[in-house]
Design a protein around this ligand. Structure first.
Ligand SMILES: NC(=O)c1ccc[n+]([C@@H]2O[C@H](COP(=O)([O-])OP(=O)(O)OC[C@H]3O[C@@H](n4cnc5c(N)ncnc54)[C@H](OP(=O)(O)O)[C@@H]3O)[C@@H](O)[C@H]2O)c1
Length: 354
């Protein structure tokens, strides 16, 4: 397969797994990071001792100089990092990230015309977050008129290995809290209460899971995939307990103060996670689509452990882009490569009657 696939943040939780899966799929991963010893140790641990390692503090500069075929950004803080790194891939290089928030994703998607003009493909949200629900919406809406309402629910089941939470994830959590609740009404994104619409789902495998509304990129992707004027997105990562939900608006307001935000990210990043098995057998993406004539269609995407699905989704996206399978422009993953990308990332669609 032609071209290097650079994995930025290759010593991190998702970066290392993506590098391993790129190699399993016949791609050429290059491990990119800030610390040579940790990169070489990661390469050795993954059985990728032959893989090239790039050590740099200037990611856009190094990408511009060395021109990899594809860059996978797992360093997080996507609202700030995505645009300069994606632009460094122009012309002709491709870009993939794992953003799932409503600040970073619109910024990357706004580069669509630049990417088209330069023959590059940019994909944002190439993880469980976005792809697991977007793929279901895309399938339910294929070859049908525009629906009136869409609801998506993302219920990740994650194994925690232990160790510090890390700054990338801490930034994502705080970004969600400060964005506040959002939904689409009459085609407009409007404010709503954070963790609105809490509900408990009877999952197709007989287990149950709870979710509540959150300002995730899944909301934007579901609206774009369906064109529906009314869209709600919920996440199993949002708290559903009434007392916590009641405190969220206050926490979100406080975290908008820059000094408090920096403090919270630092403290949260240092939190030591206890090794914890995944709470359920499966992770689930779910969508219910309603048309004006009263037709309702519902489908699920069943995946295993959500981080494994994420690594598979990002690696599959990168390898397909390296093979030249993407069309030029900036997209969410199912829009770039079709909903079957979710199956290639180890998901299975499960249809049931509403
Ligand atoms: N959409 C989804 O479903 C999904 C799923 C999983 C994760 N994510 C997102 O993916 C991101 C990564 O998550 P993770 O759990 O893999 O994080 P992580 O374990 O903390 O790894 C982050 C990696 O990025 C590097 N890094 C951080 N800041 C950097 C910077 N400014 N410059 C260069 N390298 C930097 C770190 O290197 P050092 O060791 O040198 O600090 C580390 O290798 C997060 O934003 C997370 O929210 C999304």
């Amino acid at each position: 397969m032609a071209g290097e696939i650079w994995v930025l943040g290759a010593t991190g939780r998702t970066g290392r797994e993506i590098a391993a899966r790129v190699a399993q799929r016949g791609g050429m991963p290059v491990l990119v990071g800030r610390n040579a010893d940790r990169l070489h140790k990661t390469a050795a641990d993954l059985g990728l001792g032959d893989a090239e390692v790039v050590v740099t503090d200037d990611l856009p500069g190094e990408i511009t100089r060395r021109r990899p075929a594809v860059v996978v950004n797992t360093i997080g803080s996507y609202a700030e990092t995505a645009v300069p790194i994606a632009r460094a891939c122009l012309p002709g290089g491709h870009y993939v990230d794992l953003a799932n928030d409503l600040v970073a994703m619109p910024r990357l998607l706004a580069l669509h015309d630049e990417a088209v003009a330069a023959g590059s493909t940019f994909v944002t949200g190439a993880g469980f977050g976005v792809l697991a629900t977007e793929a279901v919406v895309a399938r339910l809406c294929a070859d049908r008129p525009t629906p009136s309402q869409v609801r998506v629910d993302a219920m990740a089941s994650v194994t925690l290995d232990g160790g510090p939470l890390g700054e990338a994830l801490a930034q994502s959590i705080v970004s969600g809290l400060t964005t506040g609740g959002l939904r689409y009404e009459h085609g407009q994104m409007v404010r709503t209460r954070l963790a609105a619409d809490p509900r408990e789902h009877a999952l197709p495998d007989g287990q149950t899971a709870k979710s509540a509304g959150g300002p995730t990129g899944e909301l934007l992707a579901a609206q774009v995939a369906s064109g529906a004027p009314d869209v709600v997105a919920t996440s199993g990562l949002m708290p559903t307990a009434p007392v916590v939900r009641a405190l969220l608006p206050l926490a979100g307001a406080l975290l908008k103060v820059p000094a408090l935000r920096r403090f919270a990210v630092r403290r949260m990043a240092a939190i030591e996670l206890k090794p914890t098995p995944r709470p359920r057998d499966h992770s689930w993406g779910h969508a219910v689509v309603t048309w004006a004539d009263g037709t309702v269609r519902e489908e699920w995407l069943r995946a295993g452990e959500a981080m494994e699905f994420t690594s598979g989704a990002a690696a599959e996206t990168a390898v397909r882009l390296a093979r030249g399978e993407g069309r030029a422009g900036a997209y969410t993953p199912a829009r770039a490569l079709g909903p079957e990308l979710a199956e290639a990332a180890s998901g299975t669609f499960v249809t049931c009657q509403p």
